[in-house]
Design a protein around this ligand. Sequence first.
Ligand SMILES: [Zn+2]
Ligand SMILES: [Zn+2]
Length: 283
Amino acid sequence: MADCKFLIRFWGVRGSIPAPGSETVKYGGNTPCIEVRCGEQLIILDAGSGIRKLGIELDKEMSIDATILLSHFHWDHIQGFPFFKPGFKSDNKFHIYAARKLNTTLQRLMSGQMMYPNFPVSLNAMAAEMKYTELNPGENTILKGDVEIKTAAGHHPGGSLAFRISYRGVSFVYATDTEHYSYIDPSLLKLCKDTDCLIYDATYTSEEYCGKVGTPKTGWGHSTWDEGVKLAKAADVGRLILFHHDPEHDDDFIGEIERQANEALPGTIAAYEGLEILLWIGD
Ligand SMILES: [Zn+2]
Ligand SMILES: [Zn+2]
């Protein structure tokens, strides 16, 4: 059956702000959005500018019933949502999950970026049925179709959630917008243990992070490919995927990062728009 598969497809891999242009054609300039297919279940990770193009594709499907997992509410992770066409159709349903925040609701956070005078239409103009569920880091949930979602807290200004999605005995972890410590983050290590694939925040090189090149990036909430390799090795991860590329890193620069990371941990790749990872396929 064609639907019997566990597939990840990347629609936006860039961090912080979209970075279109001739120098980012290979890896892409859109901010985070990943499509996940677990059999008949559709999960969307983050709603950065990459979700616009995903929406155009999905718009060809009838009556979409999808789960959207948001790592956090920084603009690069939600800015595509007002341009997500299927969100404007009343026969579609979206169940949005994100971390619980004090003194506000998930719905209010989603509507904030569309409020007058920042945007011409409000969240209410999106006619699809929207359901919201707030999670505490470490809280887990089961979706229809036996898809298991586990979470852990990322280390990021304002917080972030990392997700582990498991289906048919195979899993991957999405851990973006998280900064490493001087030791391996125990909650991320636990989340990543023996997973088949880890998508990890590799915004900076270690030289940029510590300030050998430019301003030190300590406390900015992002990590490096070296730290991704450390975590992947410690957790016995099947494959490491570098994600959330810095908008100032052009294709050549990311290519060099990918080469070095691949030397340190063979099989490591830098995510690019259009990349597909097939984790499992049924008979
Ligand atoms: Zn980000
Ligand atoms: Zn962020």
